[in-house]
Design a protein around this ligand. Structure first.
Ligand code: CTP
Length: 418
């Protein structure tokens, strides 16, 4: 039996359905990308319930296009689909399952680091234009070769040798995101970077090719790294190899954009040890990078990274305040991700106060609500807002514990103001 034959019986039915349609049309379909790598590397541990599947189809001999295939599967299954004409790719969405389909293609790069121009080609050419030999493997889903592995670049051998190796010498120049990817795969899989590949990776970094990437692409790679189990090791390697410095045309050294590398790595380690989620790790990293206003990050991420940059001010204020209401006033409105990061990176009384705020104070509310106060004759507007804040402060500091005590406080304040 061919190596992948048994596996084919287990792939999601929809992948088999796609293959069946392509086969009926006289074309070819293949499973491609990291799934094939992982399957060949550890067949027993392969996650058959993976949510993302990559399929490449060669429709050149069929007189049909990728869009017709997407429409046909949509008609048969009622799935959702998206088609990207320019890139000859599409996505089928079946609830939680996502199948990316691409026409097998050849690529050319009009200039370093820009997105490639693509034209239809066969599976071998398609695999040869990819990043690493271990990612240039395909499992045939159609025709006589069903179950066979297509491996034009020696990917299976590199899986055995445990090496990450680029396929052609210009790989990192054409697509500098592969510098990040190379480090990510080597560390995730516990592989070595093949010596020629490492030489070319370092040369591309030294010659400043990462700086040609758009911020979107740099940040995408960083988000991918932050999601990895071995994120710390990967970030350490990315920093030590000077990849991030190179993205901003800086020479790597003991300082990382004005912050000591040693401290950066120690703080990253603290965050990882505290098992923060990938979003927090990413926000911390942003705070250490020269991110500008055009960067594609969410408003919360932008605010959080600014807060973290100016964390000295918050820390020194927090040291001084004691009352719970004062702690609350210092911290209210600051994005929670920034405070969660700060809580991990600080110590002593500052840390305690951050914890108190995040675990308790942030959710303290007076019993009386705006509607209650309005019905008691307080006009909507600044007075109402101030009253609610006074009530919250009194709750925080334990001065009122019941609704009756809150009403009494309202009366006292109003009495004073008359
Ligand atoms: N690819 C490439 N160059 C890139 C990005 C992707 O050649 N810059 C190719 C590789 O063949 C890769 C495939 O596209 O295997 C799919 O990309 P992606 O989903 O990012 O990689 P996976 O290998 O599937 O990674 P993961 O295991 O993290 O899902």
């Amino acid at each position: 039996m061919k190596p992948g034959q048994k596996f084919l019986e287990k792939i999601p039915p929809v992948c088999r359905q796609i293959a069946r349609v392509v086969e009926e049309w006289g074309g070819s379909a293949y499973l491609v990308g990291g799934l094939v790598r992982d399957l060949l590397l550890k067949p027993a541990q392969f996650d058959i319930t993976a949510p993302d599947w990559d399929i490449a189809v060669d429709l050149r001999a069929t007189g049909q296009g990728l869009l017709s295939l997407l429409k046909k599967i949509n008609a048969q299954t009622n799935c959702r689909y998206v088609f990207y004409n320019q890139f000859l790719t599409g996505t089928l969405l079946f609830g939680d399952l996502r199948v990316d389909i691409a026409h097998t293609r050849d690529e050319s790069y009009p200039a370093p680091a820009v997105l490639p121009l693509v034209r239809p080609a066969g599976i071998e050419q398609d695999l040869r234009r990819r990043d690493f030999t271990i990612n240039a493997l395909a499992l045939t889903l159609t025709g006589k070769g069903k179950g066979e592995v297509v491996d034009p670049t020696g990917g299976q051998q590199d899986l055995q040798l445990r090496l990450v190796r680029i396929i052609h010498p210009n790989s990192f120049i054409d697509d500098p995101t592969r510098i990040f990817r190379c480090i990510r795969f080597a560390i995730r899989l516990g592989f070595e970077i093949e010596s020629g590949t490492l030489y070319l990776l370092r040369a591309a970094v030294k010659n400043g090719y990462p700086a040609r990437l758009t911020p979107e692409r740099i940040l995408y790679e960083l988000r991918c790294i932050c999601r990895e189990r071995a994120a710390l090791k990967m970030l350490e390697a990315v920093v030590k190899e000077g990849v991030l410095a190179s993205c901003w045309q800086q020479v790597p050294g003991a300082e990382f954009f004005g912050f000591p590398v040693k401290r950066l790595l120690a703080e990253l380690q603290k965050l990882v040890q505290a098992k923060v989620d990938s979003g927090l790790l990413f926000v911390y990293l942003l705070s250490r990078l020269p991110v500008n206003t055009r960067f594609p990050i969410t408003r919360e991420e932008r605010e959080a990274q600014q807060i973290l940059r100016e964390s000295k001010v918050i820390v020194s204020r927090l040291r001084r305040v004691r009352k719970k209401s004062a702690i609350y006033r210092q911290l209210v409105g600051i994005p929670v991700p920034a405070l969660q990061v700060l809580k991990i990176l600080t110590t002593g009384v500052v840390r305690q106060r951050l914890r108190l705020y995040l675990e308790k104070l942030v959710s303290v509310q007076p019993q009386l609500q705006a509607a209650d106060l309005i019905s008691a004759g307080i006009k909507p507007g600044p007075e109402l807002g101030r009253m609610l804040e006074r009530l919250r402060a009194a709750r925080l500091d334990g001065q009122v514990k019941t609704t009756a005590q809150e009403w009494a406080l309202v009366q006292r304040i109003r009495g004073k103001n008359v």
